[in-house]
Design a protein around this ligand. Sequence first.
Ligand SMILES: [Zn+2]
Length: 463
Amino acid sequence: MKPIKLLFLISCFLLHGFFNAQEKVDRYTLIQNVNIFDGVTSQLNTNQQVLIKNNLIDQISANISAPRGATVIDGQGMTLMPGLIEGHGHLQMNGSSISDIENNRNWEELAVRSVVNAENALMSGFTSWRDAGGMGAGLKKTIDAGLLAGPRIYPSGGFIGPTGSHADFRNFNTPNETMNGVLSNGGRLGMTLTADGVDAIKAAARQNFMQGASQIKIMSSGGVVSQFDPWQLDAYSEEEIRAAVEIADAYGSYVLSHAYSKKSIMRCLKNGVKTIEHCFMFDGDVARLMEEKGAYMTTNMQAFSPALSQVSAISASPASARKANSAQKAFENYLDNVRQYRPKLGFQGDCVGMPEACNKQNDHQIYLGAEFFGNHYWLKALTSVNGEILKLSGEVLDPYPEGKLGVIEVGAYADILIVDGNPLEDITVIGGNEKWFDAPVRDGIETMKVIMKDGVIYKNTLD
Ligand SMILES: [Zn+2]
């Protein structure tokens, strides 16, 4: 290229940059008169103000003067706190059961329903969402592009499990997919990946990363609502778990694993899995290894609800009901062990369904965790601990690398709720409900007055 032409191009770029810088006007929101729960501390920081610059928290102090043009919100002495974080949800798993999804739903219905679920999640205060299997990055990209309202999503892609595992959606008489190339509906849609052996697992993990997953989900033990696996099943061998971890490592990310039995939990931790999902046989040995490895766990509290037997996937299937019964007996020390060892525990809703059912289930779980472990510990699970879990995706794959999540501090993302009341004393102000199936159908949470994500207000019912 001739020097004169190059010079012209460079000056064009410089001018373009200059005008872009001139066009960009910083957007400020100042929230006054609030008490802050920062996601970590057990006491509220009273009479504070929070300044938001664009999408990040810029200042927190008792006295901030509003920049010119700032939107000013009077928090009326209410509580300002981080947006809630779902540590293990399934926006796209939105049938009434696995077999309902497998047999009755095509891609179009599942996709459109996931949009409804995403909007409902945000309007229930969940500003971030780790999707623990069943979807790639399509919904996330659409939300990030501003076309839909929904939480930030960390997708895990299709969950990876062996033949006959918790990830196997096929019907009893469906041939093995490697025999005739016949996949399950879930497999065809990329919601689930059946992978036996090291090579198949590596290929499945790579496939998920290729399609935008920020971490990898495996099923290393059996489950209750799946058809072919006893919950005690030790589904993946050490070398199979290591295969998934090796690929996640190569992307600077991590593996989360569905694990109920102690054997499976310990095997996962020893082989590099960073978050144990459900982790019902948590005890002192698990606590020590988890701490040594810097690992986390998330647990769905509805497993300990007296109303568990009313879950349709359990009540409709005698086999699942039997499994649930034996599992509840085996998991009876979980609550006492968590109270004793206080692990790094994140909230998980794990709902498979649509808003009406999922709101009832999640509200109930928000209530149960606070009942079992105290409001402060459970609020951390819903905010700062899950924020740390999301960041395990690593610098390269983290889709939201600009700031921290789940905390109110300078430099963190402006994902903020204002609630009428103090959630450290009363968990119902963020939706907690003692009732489950007999709870009334709700539309939003009345005491949740403001919902902000990425500095943008999605709800404001302050007078
Ligand atoms: Zn799940």
